[in-house]
Design a protein. Sequence first.
Length: 123
Amino acid sequence: MNEGTFIEPSKINLKDYLLEWLKVKEMEVDKSTYGGYECIVLKHLIPALGKNNLNKLNVIQIQQFYRNLTEKLSNSRIILIHRILNTALNQAVAQNLIITNPARFAAKQKKKVPLSKLGQRKK
């Protein structure tokens, strides 16, 4: 992760990886995009998944995380969170820190619209 420093992949937790990933993104994207990434990483990803070892994070954990998000966030916000996690984990694959990206295979949960609301939608 840091040039000249080797950290055994099994010792890297998702929190540490995401914080390093953010440092790189800060140099690559504009300020407002970075602010969005930082907010999602710090507010959602690290608190829920950060303690997991990067190479032990799995599809089931990610799907459970998405399922928990449906109770409090919009579908568009959950999709954005998924995109950021997926992008970060794709980079971890490119860096040979993990073999596959578990977010790639995790189904994003959609909020269920109550049946009583279906008839109230404008056409």
